[in-house]
Design a protein. Structure first.
Length: 138
């Protein structure tokens, strides 16, 4: 499947965020960056603006995520409920201890959002399409 066109693309030193023409948000961690409270606020502002404040399904590529990124995102993700409908994780951290933590966080998920891990973006997109509001699709 060809990648959908990027709408409202934003790139910072720590993340790339965009929304595609199907209304699916995309988040990709930049390599070798730290994702702390400043970056989390920045991410929150970008995603809220791009979603128009409406809940949106998100594909999150965590290939370049490190242990701290996973912890910060997992601990503070309840703040994102207002504009996130579901999250599909693609890619997987390279470090074994980060993979183990990510798997553990997915298993003990207490967040009301549907979360699922995928090997390929195509599978993630297919799963997320069920969360697209057909009436408001761009």
């Amino acid at each position: 499947m060809a990648q959908k066109s990027k709408i409202m693309y934003t790139e910072t030193k720590s993340i790339k965020v965009w929304q595609d023409s199907d209304g699916i948000g995309h988040v990709e961690f930049q390599p070798k960056t730290e994702f702390g409270s400043y970056e989390l606020r920045e991410y929150y502002t970008i995603c809220k603006k791009q979603s128009g404040g409406k809940p949106t399904p998100i594909i999150m590529d965590i290939t370049n995520a490190n242990l701290r990124d996973i912890i910060v995102t997992a601990l503070l993700n309840k703040k994102f409920l207002e504009f996130t409908k579901a999250v599909a994780f693609i890619g997987w951290p390279r470090a074994l201890h980060t993979q183990l933590l990510a798997n553990f966080m997915l298993k003990i998920n207490t967040n009301p959002l549907p979360l699922k891990k995928f090997k390929k973006e195509k599978e993630a997109r297919e799963w997320l399409m069920q969360f697209i509001d057909k009436k408001t699709k761009k």
